[in-house]
Design a protein around this ligand. Structure first.
Ligand SMILES: [Zn+2]
Length: 330
């Protein structure tokens, strides 16, 4: 998901000036103007950082597609505010499509133009903006979690994500006939579940599943060590990190980021391919976020502001912002 208004940052700066002690009470903050969507969000799309990658011409203007280092296509759903990124990972005899976006485009027909290999879908977690097009595919995998299987099987009702379809959230012509007032994500059969540490073999290319609950209980990362890539889903992407939803747990999130940092410590990874926004060079940020989350969980991090939806916004000196419910972690 995307950036919150910078008014939150401004409020944090003002407050830290006004209050001499290191900590200040969050409910003194007056940051109610903070809104989820910057009206101008589409102006910078695609972000400049994509210029370093090779664009791929396709017949679908809904998506921006790039050929990435490591034999991967990044399929950017740039017509909608979430800026979801799906990754088509090419193996020797099989391809893996990691995540499927919100489902507004025709991802299957796009993927069919990119590879002749059989394609299996793996979702990084069960949020609506990652499972939307899964129903178009015959082979759909997720982490071995009842919640994830249930969500994929049952689909997701319109009301859960209706705000994502409101005016201002969609900036390109819809690629197919969709009634935005009723659009819901169809259910689909889950054909395989994957476990923590499981190795997926695409024929001459192996990927390791790393279970990283916290953003949701069913969140995974995928490690492609040979190609130097860490796929992080929503457990990390360059923007505000969300640990406020019903299925989030900031304490578990901290443990997962520490676990991920430990797992990749001896690997020589070049890139993070995240679930939203843009590619990240290097993986040092995983350890940084782990440290930030630990500060929240331990209570060491006491300064935050309350913004939209009464969430806590924790700003860290390393430019990372973590959003949680307004309650102390268990
Ligand atoms: Zn998510």
């Amino acid at each position: 998901m995307k950036k919150l208004f910078s008014v939150i940052t401004l409020a944090a700066v003002l407050l830290s000036c006004l209050v001499p002690a290191a900590a200040f009470a969050a409910d003194e903050a007056e940051t109610e103007e903070a809104t989820l969507v910057d009206d101008d969000w589409y102006a910078a799309v695609p972000y400049e950082s994509w210029d370093q990658f090779e664009p791929v011409e396709t017949d679908q203007s809904w998506y921006d597609v790039y050929k990435m280092p490591g034999d991967v296509y990044a399929i950017c759903c740039n017509g909608q505010w979430e800026l979801d990124i799906c990754y088509l990972i090419l193996g020797g005899d099989q391809a893996l499509l990691l995540d499927t976006g919100l489902g507004l485009g025709d991802l299957k027909s796009l993927v069919d133009t990119l590879t002749d290999m059989p394609v299996s879908v793996l979702v990084s977690h069960s949020h609506y903006d990652h499972v939307g097009n899964a129903h178009q595919f015959d082979d759909v995998w997720c982490y071995d979690s009842e919640a994830c299987v249930d969500t994929l099987t049952n689909g997701i009702e319109h009301d859960v994500f209706a705000y994502e379809l409101e005016e201002g959230m969609i900036a390109r012509e819809l690629p197919r006939d969709i009634d935005l007032d009723t659009y819901a994500i169809p259910g689909t059969e889950v054909t395989r579940t994957v476990k923590d540490g499981e190795v997926i073999d695409l024929g001459g290319r192996t990927l390791e599943v790393l279970w990283t609950p916290g953003h949701t209980g069913d969140s995974i990362m995928v490690i492609d060590e040979a190609n130097g890539i860490l796929f992080t889903g929503d457990t990390y992407y360059p923007d505000d990190l969300y640990a406020w939803s019903d299925d989030s747990d900031v304490t578990v999130y901290a443990d997962s980021m520490c676990k991920a940092a430990d797992r990749i410590a001896d690997m020589d990874l070049d890139w993070i391919y995240p679930g939203h926004n843009e590619i990240v060079t290097g993986t040092d940020v995983i350890e940084e976020v782990a440290g930030d989350l630990e500060q929240i969980v331990s209570g060491e991090k006491t300064d935050y502001v309350i913004g939209e939806e009464d969430y806590r916004y924790y700003d860290f000196p390393n430019d990372i912002r973590i959003v949680t419910l307004d309650e102390d972690p268990a």
